[in-house]
Design a protein around this ligand. Structure first.
Ligand code: C2E
Ligand code: MG
Ligand code: MG
Length: 736
């Protein structure tokens, strides 16, 4: 950043000054000479006039007798005039007057006239000389003042010019120093390169960015410090030297090993004489780039397993489909859903569940080949994108997934085994969207699940409608909950030992949920409860059932009659959900139902699946004063020892035992054993699914406390349940 200086300007100005001075001096000198000439000429005339006036004075005062003396005076005066340079005629006029006077030819009067005439002549001459001197003086004044004026004007304009130059230079200096200081202090790094890509200038901030001293930077090539992968485009840009500014971004490989991301502008200032170089103005954007990378990674990856998430998987799938458009290679999807993973979460808690999912992710990575995409689509759903593989290869991959997953996983002291249901889908010949392919694999996975889990199914178009129905149902159920399409029916439990006119009396009711589907009509729980359990919808669904059943129970109470109990089925996911005890307490408080009239039914299998978590939870519920029933007792487990450890009040003997009490001896003895075991544990027993009088009679004699079944009533809406109470359940009301 230098400034070009015109060296010849001051010299020319000096020459001009000297010439002006010389000119002025010459004019003044000439004027002086002329003035001097006038002076030289006028000075004797004055003396001459003095001589003449003295003689004239003498003549005026002289008497006529003094002629001799006057003649001498005139002679002297003539001599003096000659000495003073007067003209001979002038001197001669006095000499002649003196002679005439001396000779007495003329009188003093004549001499006086001659002197007067001479005096006049000299006065005229003096006047002429005065005029000349005045003119010369005036001329001198004019010349001098014009000269001085011109001189002064030039001085002023020169001064102004100089002043402007100085101001301009000062401004330039200020802006240059400001610029220099800005460059020095700027956090942006300015690097000027020559055409050979060597650094000719580097600003102070380059030290931190390059981790090198400015001295060592200057002279070195900048791409020697650039990350090898970014050298080529940078060199291409430096070679192309585009006009104006171009955006640049590259990575620096620093001596300390750090890779720094820089971004900025490349400017070709080769034509700017002040710079004459290729300028890189860059700044460190590593923090931003790293954050962006992190955010992008976060947006596209599952935080738990580090696998691709649904979004990235979808992108990769679309890309693969597009790439495949040009080739004939196969493309398959493997859709993996863990079997009963919910149980692990419910039983062992989410931490264990998370660790298990992480391990599944690791194993799937092991199974996948390089180039395959492994993703966690959400929850316990995983997927593999196999590029270049047909369905047979996908089948082999699925087999390896089953094999890897079957190996036990040790998590927090628990040895867990997981199995998965796997759906496979291949790109059909006519082409397909990514979303459809994924849905096909999902459909196939559902088929595998329905086929008994731990298996693999390949998508076939015929599968589609059945599986879609199921998916549709799941979506509908979510909506149904909000739309109030769920209803409760109530089935009475009969007290077998307090007969009313020889018939058992209603002890209480069990609330059983139904779905009033807008298209499919009233749906029984088996259509949707397993689906709700699978999707987690069972928690909000169960909450609604509990609250509704409590309210119904209160409405069924009649003054002067025995209290009516209400049984509510509770899924294990509800029981283990945080705040369940508070929820029950709130439902009781809200409805005003006495805790001792509420029975919560938990299936035997559910209890056994999560004993560690369930047992303490049951104790807390019991502390509220409510009773706990084991539902479907006898279907879940061979060992009955757990009953001793569980805080339980009621055993509901499964229908499968009741079914055979009359028809088979073995059936009868099994049911008898259960009932007597219940009695020995001081538990109330409820026989489920009592359909005929024979069963009822047998159960009563075997000591079962209560009975429940179509014999007395099917599950019915609340109004009918109330009517049943009135009539003493004499009529079995046909319902669902
Ligand atoms: P569960 O709790 O064992 O309920 C008894 C089931 O047996 C009811 O079926 C009832 O209608 C049926 N049943 C009663 N007596 C007889 C009979 O004499 N013969 C025959 N064949 N069946 C009889 P439902 O209402 O279809 O309920 C089925 C299951 O759905 C219930 O079995 C329960 O496990 C579940 N469920 C129902 N409502 C809910 C609920 O609100 N929450 C939860 N988590 N599960 C529910
Ligand atoms: Mg039940
Ligand atoms: Mg049952």
């Amino acid at each position: 950043m230098s400034r070009s200086v015109d060296e010849s300007a001051p010299r020319a100005s000096r020459v001009r000054v000297v010439l002006t001075l010389l000119g002025t001096l010459t004019v003044i000198g000439v004027e002086f000479l002329l003035l001097f000439g006038v002076y030289v000429r006028s000075s004797p005339v004055a003396d001459q006039r003095e001589v003449v006036s003295r003689v004239a004075g003498e003549l005026s005062m002289a008497t006529p007798t003094d002629t001799a003396a006057l003649s001498r005076s005139l002679q002297d005066a003539a001599a003096q005039l000659r000495d003073l340079g007067a003209s001979p005629e002038q001197a001669a006029s006095l000499t002649s007057a003196a002679t005439s006077l001396a000779l007495g030819v003329d009188s003093p009067v004549a001499a006086r006239d001659a002197v007067a005439e001479l005096s006049t002549e000299l006065a005229d001459r003096a006047a002429v000389l005065d005029v000349q001197a005045g003119l010369i003086y005036a001329g001198m004044l004019v010349v001098a003042s014009v000269g001085w004026m011109a001189w002064f004007r030039r001085l002023v304009s020169r001064h102004r010019r100089l002043q402007a130059e100085v101001t301009e230079q000062q401004a330039l200096a200020v802006s240059e120093s400001r610029l220099a200081s800005l460059v020095r202090r700027s956090s942006d790094v300015i690097v000027v390169l020559g055409t050979d890509a060597r650094v000719t200038y580097a600003s102070g901030s380059a030290v931190r960015l390059f981790d090198a001293e400015v001295e060592s930077l200057v002279g070195s090539t900048v791409h020697g410090r650039v990350h090898p992968a970014d050298v080529e485009p940078l060199v291409a840009l430096l070679d192309a030297r585009p006009e104006g500014d171009s955006d640049v971004g590259f990575r620096l490989q620093r001596p300390d090993g750090r890779v720094v991301h820089v971004e900025g502008v490349f400017s070709n200032l080769l034509d700017d004489p002040a710079v004459a170089g290729l300028v890189l103005t860059v700044r460190d954007v590593t923090t931003r780039v790293e954050l962006e990378t992190q955010l992008t990674h976060q947006a596209l990856h599952d935080p738990l397993t580090g696998l691709s998430n649904r979004r990235l998987f979808g992108d990769r799938l679309e890309h693969a489909l597009r790439r495949r458009g040009q080739q004939a290679a196969g493309l398959s999807l493997v859709f993996i859903d863990l079997d009963d993973f919910k149980d692990v979460n419910d039983r062992l808690g989410h931490d264990v569940g998370d660790q298990l999912l992480t391990e599944v992710g690791t194993r799937l990575r092991t199974v996948a080949r390089e180039g395959d995409t492994v993703a966690r689509l959400g929850g316990d759903e995983f997927a593999l994108l196999l590029e270049g593989s047909d369905v047979e290869e996908a089948r082999a991959v699925a087999a390896r997934v089953h094999e890897w997953l079957s190996r036990p996983v040790l998590v927090e002291g628990h040895s867990l085994t997981v199995s998965a249901s796997i759906g496979l889908a291949e790109v059909p010949a006519e082409g397909i969207t990514g979303a459809d392919l994924l849905r096909n694999a999902d459909v196939a996975m559902y088929m595998a699940k329905d086929g008994g889990k731990h298996g693999t199914a390949v998508y076939e178009p015929s599968l589609h409608s059945a599986a879609l129905d199921r998916l549709q149902l799941r979506a509908d159920l979510e909506r149904a909950l909000e739309a109030g399409e769920l209803v409760l029916h109530y089935q009475p439990t009969m007290d077998l030992h307090v007969p009313d006119h020889g018939r058992p009396t209603v002890h209480g009711f069990e609330a059983l949920v139904r779905w009033q589907h807008p298209v499919r009509g009233l749906l029984a729980p088996y259509h949707f409860v397993p689906l709700a359990e699978e999707s987690g919808l069972i928690v909000p669904l169960g909450t609604w059932v509990l609250q509704e059943a409590c309210r119904a129970a209160v409405s069924l109470q009649q003054p002067g009659r025995p209290h009516v109990a209400m049984s509510v089925n509770v899924a294990v996911a509800q029981l283990t959900a945080p705040g369940f005890v508070d929820l029950v307490r709130a439902a009781l408080a809200e409805s005003g139902l006495s805790p001792r009239l509420l029975v919560l039914e938990i299936t035997e299998t559910a209890v056994l699946a999560g004993m560690d978590v369930v047992a303490p939870q049951l104790s807390r519920l019991r502390e509220l004063g409510i009773r706990i029933a084991i539902d479907d007792f006898g279907t879940g487990y061979s060992s009955l020892s757990y009953l001793r450890d569980l805080p339980v009040d009621v055993l509901k003997v499964d229908k499968s035992f009741v079914d055979h009490v009359v028809s088979s001896e073995q059936g009868a003895s099994l049911a008898e054993a259960i009932i007597s075991m219940g009695r020995s544990l001081r538990l109330t027993t409820v026989a489920e699914g009592v359909e005929d009088e024979g069963q009822a009679a047998w159960l009563t004699s075997a000591g079962a406390t209560f009975g429940q079944g179509y014999l007395w009533s099917r599950p019915v809406p609340l109004v009918q349940a109330a009517a049943l109470l009135q009539s003493g359940a004499k009529v079995a009301v046909p319902s669902s």
